[in-house]
Design a protein around this ligand. Structure first.
Ligand code: 3H9
Length: 697
């Protein structure tokens, strides 16, 4: 027996305890241990076997770290088949999360008992594969094709009660998994219960698989795994069990070979690695119980909502009583959304809005708070005035955070006598929904203040990324460049509508011009005006077509018109043909003869601009690792998860070809295109961005 599975025999019952912390992933040693454990139980004359997980969970799946390496025997499908084929009664006793291969092991058992807090699921599609150890064959035989498709194609976790109702679990019982498993197995043995292999259950009734496949592919914006997994369930309906298993295996390996699988697994581990920073090892965050938010607009109200939902007390400071009341309304409306989704109940809503939230109009109210997050108008002189007042009012040790999205946090910090307590916390709107938080570390920010930024992010359920100070930090700095690349393509002949469509096909939820309409065109207008005042680089192109929309009062969705026209009562968008006239005027003024762009070229140039700037951001140390950029774009900018983030995408495309393209574009337009030194270095050394991730973590 391996160390990863402990064997004991108690009377008629053998117990196999899986012990592979932290989540009992089904690595080689566990698979080997389960196989040997079954043989041992049979050799020992046991009547039943109980399988459970030590520690926090039944296995949460195959060991993802083994993916991409040569497979090692015994393979998981064979282990599940071995369990199912045993003449002994096998009981799986589930607690924690029985996911993926974990649930597949449990489906190899004859009976399943669980604690009421347990959860099950087949989340393989979320990491770009599909169940590969019988999940698509056994689950539909147990619960029907429709429910199986729902669970497998969504990858969602199913609570124990629902799993009981569906027939995945036979019984729920409070207690330690070992004890409830033993008691259930004894009872079954006493009753003379027969083994109940799922493989012998009849084929489930089919559903319209072609329709389900097409709908799922469309919903996933090109992500393959959920749709392909449906073909596995189809096989369960149409083929004998062993042929269905073979079909599942073939589909599983097809997905295993895809770039999407690599991209999604990169996203899985990146999300977990992003907040692990060597500089924070052993640094304790400061205690935060009460935060203040300055400014109750959409952003401030969103931040306050997120803080309240995480259990913090919040004081919201506004200019006057009227503005404060409007802020309360915004927060209440946000929280009502949480009530509707069942995240909080009425009593909690009342507590949050009446007790945990305090409105204020005077800085004195902030004297005792542990942290202040400023979300006022994006103007340096306004921000400095706020920070001077905070410096004069707040207690020693209070953290003073700015939610600026572009401005220099060093300059803001310098307006106080305590720059070590100042940090940037850049939330994304709506702040109670969007997952990204950029933790912007200024030159003098103290390490425990950085640690507190990350601790707050975790508490609020955010993916927190460390960023250095520069114009736009990680995300907005890169955005400015790929948006400029899109604007350049427009000047040269593409239309905003073609660009949006090409990028939506690539997997973005919305193209850049639809996003600009959603965010409000006035935001970009203000940034362009500021940049023009600061002075643009010599010979830089400076299109005005978006300005013309703003000058006419068209700010996008909020005014009903921008790059698109939004008609009341209709959720769709229609191209605003007026934009084409503004574009034509720009081309004429610049003496440009428009040319055709293929969708492929649009994606290539847009991505090349994104990757090149991202490489600069990493090269300059604004982002510590390539994965920090990838997580920023995935969680804050709608980058398709199944493409892994811009730098993972670049690795998968091949850096050398991408650099060649950038050099080719630079020959045409050397002002805009300057190959990033880091990209040139990696190509010269034959390395990838992911190699840098491995060095740092
Ligand atoms: C599969 O099963 C394929 C089969 O159908 C067919 C095979 C032939 N492997 O998330 P956490 C690590 S595919 C390796 O922070 P939580 C994780 O990286 C698999 N490592 O905790 C982290 O490490 P570290 C299908 C794994 O409580 C630590 O465990 N299953 C795996 O927030 C703690 O994780 C899945 O896709 C793994 N499978 O959430 C489930 N899982 O501490 C994926 C976790 O070094 N896992 N780790 O950063 C999850 O969804 C969550 O981790 C879970 C716990 C809900 C289990």
């Amino acid at each position: 027996m391996t160390d990863a599975v402990h064997y004991e025999k108690l009377g008629d019952i053998a117990v196999l305890a899986i012990d592979n912390p932290p989540v009992n992933a089904l690595g080689q040693a566990v698979r080997q241990g389960l196989k040997e454990g079954m043989s041992q139980a049979e050799a020992d004359g046991a009547k039943a076997v109980v399988i459970y997980g030590e520690g926090r969970s039944f296995p949460a799946g195959a060991d993802i770290r083994e993916f991409g390496k040569p497979p090692m025997e015994p393979h998981l499908p064979d282990v599940c088949a071995r369990i199912e084929a045993s003449p002994l009664l096998v009981v799986a006793a589930v607690h924690g999360t029985a996911l993926g291969g974990g649930l597949e092991v449990a489906l190899g058992a004859d009976y399943r008992i669980a604690v009421p807090a347990a959860r099950v699921g087949l989340p393989e599609v979320l990491i770009g594969v599909m169940p590969g150890a019988g999940g698509t064959q056994r689950l539909p035989r147990l619960i029907g094709a429709e429910s199986a498709v729902d669970i497998i194609a969504s990858g969602r976790q199913v609570g124990a009660q629902e799993a009981l109702e569906l027939g995945i679990f036979d019984r729920l019982e409070e207690g330690a998994p070992r004890e409830i498993g033993l008691a259930y197995a004894s009872e079954l043995v006493e009753q003379g219960a027969a083994p109940r292999p799922i493989r012998e259950m009849p084929n489930p009734v089919p559903i319209d698989f072609d329709a389900a496949y097409e709908a799922t592919l469309k919903k996933g914006r090109g992500q393959l795994s959920p749709a392909v997994a449906i073909r596995g369930v189809q096989a369960a309906c149409e083929l004998p069990f062993d042929d269905g298993m073979k079909r599942e295996r073939d589909l599983f390996w097809e997905l295993m070979e895809t770039d999407q699988r690599q991209a999604l697994i990169h996203a899985f581990f990146g999300e977990r690695a992003v907040s692990k920073l060597p500089e924070l090892e052993g640094v304790a965050p400061r205690e935060i119980a009460h935060v203040a938010v300055i400014g109750g607009g959409t952003m401030g109200a969103g931040i306050a909502t997120a803080a309240l939902l995480s259990g913090l007390d919040v004081t919201l400071l506004e200019m006057n009583a009227e503005a404060a009341e409007a802020a309360r309304e915004r927060i209440t409306s946000n929280l009502s959304g949480a009530l509707k989704r069942g995240k909080i109940d009425e009593a909690k809503l009342a507590h949050l809005t009446e007790t945990a939230l305090t409105l204020a109009t005077d800085y004195d109210a902030l004297a005792q708070v542990d942290m202040v997050i400023e979300a006022v108008f994006e103007d340096m002189s306004v921000k400095k005035q706020v920070f001077e007042k905070l410096d004069a009012t707040c207690k020693a040790g209070a953290i003073l955070a700015t939610n600026t999205s572009y401005l220099d946090v060093n300059e803001i910090a310098a307006s106080t006598s305590r720059p070590e307590d100042v940090i940037g916390l850049h939330f994304f709107s709506p702040a109670h929904v969007m997952k990204l938080l950029e933790v912007v570390v200024a030159d003098k920010t103290a390490p425990d203040v950085v640690a507190t930024g990350f601790a707050l992010g975790k508490r609020l359920g955010k993916v927190s990324v460390r960023a250095g100070v520069c114009d736009g930090f990680i995300g907005n700095r890169i955005l400015a460049v790929y948006r400029a690349a899109a604007d350049n393509m427009i000047l040269d002949g593409a239309s905003p509508f073609q660009i949006d469509a090409a990028l939506e096909d690539f997997g973005f939820a919305m193209g850049p011009f639809a996003v600009a309409d959603l965010a409000g065109l006035d935001i970009g207008w203000a940034v362009r005006k500021r940049k023009r005042e600061e002075g643009l680089p010599a010979n830089a192109r400076d299109p005005h077509f978006a300005d013309r929309l703003c000058e006419a009062g068209h700010f996008g969705q909020k005014t009903g018109k921008g790059f698109y026209v939004y008609e009341k009562g209709s959720r769709g968008r229609k191209p605003n043909e007026e934009v084409l006239e503004h574009i034509a005027a720009d081309r004429e003024a610049m003496g440009i003869t428009p040319r055709e762009f293929s969708d492929e070229e649009i994606v290539r140039r847009y991505m090349a601009a994104m990757v090149n700037e991202a490489a600069m951001v990493v090269g300059e140390g604004i982002a510590r690792r390539p994965l920090d950029v990838d997580m920023t774009l995935l969680y804050g900018y709608g980058f398709p998860r199944h493409q892994g983030g811009p730098l993972k995408w670049a690795d998968l495309q091949g850096l050398s070809g991408l650099l060649d393209d950038i050099k080719h574009y630079a020959a045409e337009d050397p002002v805009f295109w300057k190959p990033a030194p880091l990209l040139e270095e990696l190509v010269a050394e034959g390395r990838t961005f992911d190699d840098l991730n491995k060095e740092e973590t």
